[in-house]
Design a protein around this ligand. Structure first.
Ligand code: NAD
Length: 293
């Protein structure tokens, strides 16, 4: 069977087009959505991510501030900046790029972000709202993007068995919560590093979500014929044939599973492009809510 290739670039472009209209409306009412992105240290991958987020804001007409702080910034200095941004009326969303340097307690920093500006959806108040299915909260961007992809391709979730591999607070757990919600109505199993007979369990999935961080771990024997496969993984593997010396692969062995699944998100070009699009959507939502528009 030839699977449907779920095109994240296209769906992300559709989301952005929708947002452009919403932003125009907000601006006409005197409100410009604003996002502050805070980076501590010089991690090259984080610098790229922060750059892409600021660029995405500029393309959509969202006001942005980029704070690049030196690696030796203290926890107190970072928290002081967060408080300043909490009080800044131009800023509706605040994001601290992960991971910060080891001397920074990331969870403690997140607790200082005003939950109404927590567009990453990591503050416990927003985790609670997700579990409570209170839609005024913010949901982490990557799982939100996965749900958007399923919806854009008309993939039904109600009554389906979804297996999510991975239990992180950034992807696995919020993804499972979204799938089990009354909106999606899937029956959900969360698998992790201690799950027994992982391939056997995954073979019972109608929808298989891989968020593990292990290159091409999901092989053909993990996939039931006709299943939908969502590959969240972004892994660099060495490849001397590429100019950069590496290539990006997912957590799913695409070549091995493509003949048995009905639809799949490729890596790159599947889930990846959705994350920033959903960050922009969360920022617009934050602006709407704060401006009561
Ligand atoms: P994480 O390391 O926080 O969590 C990985 C999870 O996988 C853990 O819960 C662990 O229990 C589980 N796991 C590890 N080894 C396993 C095994 N052998 N069998 C079963 N489960 C196992 O990672 P994360 O932040 O959730 O990210 C997961 C992947 O998604 C990574 O490749 C990451 O780069 C990618 N990611 C992509 C995006 C995006 O924008 N597309 C965003 C965030 C993360």
């Amino acid at each position: 069977m030839t699977p449907v290739l779920i095109d994240g670039k296209k769906v992300a472009a559709d989301v952005r087009a929708r947002l452009v209209k919403e932003i125009e409306e907000l601006k006409a009412a005197g409100h410009t959505p604003g996002l502050a992105v805070v980076l501590v240290g010089e991690d090259p991958a984080s610098q790229v991510y922060v750059g892409s987020k600021v660029k995405a804001c500029a393309e959509l007409g969202i006001y942005s501030q980029k704070w690049a702080l030196p690696a030796e910034t203290t926890q107190e200095e970072l928290v002081e900046l967060i408080h300043q941004l909490n009080a800044d009326d131009r800023i509706h969303g605040i994001l601290v790029q992960s991971p910060p340097p080891p001397h920074i307690d990331e969870e403690a920093v997140i607790l200082n972000i005003d939950p109404r500006k927590d567009v990453d959806g990591f503050h416990p108040a927003n985790v609670a709202k997700l579990v409570l299915e209170d839609e005024t909260g913010f949901v982490p961007c990557t799982p939100l993007g996965c749900m958007e992809l399923l919806a854009a391709y008309g993939i039904p979730t109600a009554g389906k068995h979804a297996v999510v591999i991975g239990r992180s607070m950034i992807v696995g757990k919020p993804m499972a919560n979204l799938l089990v919600s009354k909106k999606a109505n899937a029956t959900v199993t969360i698998a992790h590093s201690r799950t027994a007979d992982l391939p056997g369990l995954c073979r019972t999935a109608d929808i298989l979500v891989a968020a593990v961080g292990r290159p091409e771990m999901v092989k053909a024997d993990y996939v039931k014929p006709g299943a939908v496969v969502v590959d969240v993984g972004i892994n660099r593997i060495e490849d001397a044939t590429r100019p950069r010396g590496y290539r990006i692969v997912g957590d799913v062995d695409f070549e091995a599973v493509k003949d048995s699944c009905s639809a799949i998100t490729p890596v790159p070009g599947g889930v990846g492009p959705m994350t920033i699009a959903m960050l922009m959507a969360n920022t617009v939502k934050a602006c709407r809510q704060q401006m009561k528009h």
